[in-house]
Design a protein around this ligand. Sequence first.
Ligand code: SF4
Length: 208
Amino acid sequence: MTTQELVASGLQLPVMEAFYTIQGEGRFTGTPAYFIRLGGCDVGCVWCDVKESWEAGKWPILAIEEIVEEAVKYPGRLVVITGGEPLMYDLDPLTRLLKENGFTTNIETSGAHPFSGDFDWVCFSPKKFKKPHPSIYSEADELKVVIFHQSDFKFAEEHAALVNKSCELRLQPEWSKAEKFTSEIINYVKNHPTWNISLQTHKFMDIP
Ligand code: SF4
């Protein structure tokens, strides 16, 4: 198979970076986790803090065996697949191999591409810049909406109406707008208690 075919089948993937750290956001905040950041994103968020991830061709293409071989070197057995937009790729082979090696698998995705992979926890963070694919709504365990603009509260509710009832709902201030929106988010959550707050605690801790 050519490299292109191997990537299309999810047996090789462009990896921007992979690192062992503490999950800073959402349900698993504070948990040690191995992050695999795949290269490539076509969503185009204006406030994206990993714009260098957008161009997939910039990053080394690794076989999934090599990716997992690195992950097992660390003691934690939680892996978070992120990007970029990781669902640009077929994640079935990588997640299968991670699970065979004892990992709990999490994903952080905008849901802009068809769902794939065997995940224990799906954090769905929809973006206004590219409509989510319908396959994400039934898979989401957590809906995490970044608040960058006033209209994002309405956007959050529109998506909350589409996910499963058991899906956990979180609002997260965009880092540069935290000062402007944090008190508003606090008030919103107090008045709409189906939601809770996610903070980018890794930024407070100054870790990746
Ligand atoms: S989906 Fe994520 S990686 Fe892609 S542009 Fe938005 S914030 Fe950046």
